[in-house]
Design a protein around this ligand. Sequence first.
Ligand code: KG4
Ligand code: ZN
Length: 337
Amino acid sequence: MEKEPVILAIESSCDDTSAAVLKGRVVLSNEVATQKIHEEFGGVVPELASRAHQKNIIPVVDAAIKKSGLKKSDLDAIAFTRGPGLLGSLLVGVSFSKSLGLALGIPLIEVNHMEAHILAHMIEDENGTPDFPFLCLTVSGGHTQLVVVKSALEMEVIGETIDDAAGEAFDKISKIMELPYPGGPLIDKYAKEGNPEAYSFSHPKVGELEFSFSGLKTNVLRFLQKEVRQDENFVLNNLCDISASVQKTIVDILMKKLELASKKTGIKNVAIAGGVSANSELRSRLLEKKKRGWKVFIPDFEFCTDNAAMIGVSGYYKFQKEIFVDQSAGANARLKI
Ligand code: KG4
Ligand code: ZN
């Protein structure tokens, strides 16, 4: 049997600095340094993010190599995120990877962050991996996409958001509720104690496989402004019910489109990916679909939000086909699938 390649993967597209070492599709280590600095600003500040990546990258890479039990000389290639993301953040990972690749004399592999979220499902672990083709709903802070995954290197976006992403909706609404950034996990937490039918919010009127979340944000803002005029502690007093109702609306919208996409494509192998796939309501609603004949794939929490392991597994497929880049490689903040 051919020797499986050892790949060092680096992810720095937004506010997590991450490095991983994989042998084939097996993750040996996956280190993530989450930048806390953005909490006080209610969102990611690009300039601060790149500075924090600069500070974190060497310790994170060192820790990933150490935890893998391997040495730098064991590495066969370096995979890095080319985009999409914040340009200043991406550049830290790209430049670091290029320098290390040059120093070690090993090839470089560039990876699309959105494809990587999807290919996190191909990590070899006890969960099993989906057969191709599968349908993936990718829901992160920057994207909401329905993707037909024909193979690891062949994907087609069949629907996406025309304005805000699902994660952005969670974060912007939680900001209105004066919760710290990122608000998605907090809405999820408070929703567990709340009544999802307490308040109802509107669904967008958009194309069949399109999403839109900016109207929901305005809808919640107007509703809360009105209620706060009567009771200044309205949000605090009803935090759990508001969270549960907002979360239900977002998950209803996502599931409706996912069901339609499955019907239109005839694909019943269905996966979710990206930061919002950590959402407990979305996970349980997808699991319910098993009763309707879907085969569902839900990533481990570790591989939902940004991580380098997913970059490594994407790099693995390109390594197989010897799709390498040279020192002229750069970042692309708006890279598309
Ligand atoms: O994929 P990711 O880590 O970064 C991007 O590429 O954007 O996604 C981050 C997004 C944030 O908007 C965050 O609020 C959301 O994922 N998120 C959640 C949950 N955990 C993370 N949203 C809802 N429920 C969660 N449990
Ligand atoms: Zn992401």
